[in-house]
Design a protein around this ligand. Structure first.
Ligand code: SF4
Ligand code: SF4
Length: 100
């Protein structure tokens, strides 16, 4: 049997949620995201209300330059078992793991 790491377990748990539970989890996690405090985050991203790039995906057009990433200090990194960073530029944890 394949041993799942924390991120894979989290994704499995989320996939079993109802749509309503999933939406609630997304909103809760968006509130915990510390991207707005990051030096890479900018006015454009703020205007678009962008956060939670690790799951929702990279910044549409706002963020293109790496100026430091504080994802490792975010509670979501620990909660979800994330291993990557710079999600606003490089895409979701799943994409960076090459599993999507
Ligand atoms: S890990 Fe990074 S992108 Fe994900 S919620 Fe935290 S600060 Fe935002
Ligand atoms: S994903 Fe990382 S680099 Fe991008 S804004 Fe969030 S904390 Fe900063």
């Amino acid at each position: 049997m394949k041993i799942l790491d924390k991120f894979e377990e989290t994704m499995q748990r989320i996939s079993k949620m109802t749509e309503k539970e999933r939406m609630k989890t997304t909103e809760d996690n968006k509130a915990l995201c510390i991207c707005p405090d990051c030096p890479t985050y900018n006015e454009c991203a703020k205007k678009n209300g962008e956060v939670y790039y690790c799951v929702l995906g990279r910044s549409s057009i706002c963020i293109t330059e790496e100026v430091g990433c504080i994802c490792p200090a975010c509670p979501i990194t620990e909660n979800m078992g994330l291993a990557n960073m710079y999600f606003c530029i490089n895409g979701t944890e799943r994409e960076q793991r090459g599993t999507k």
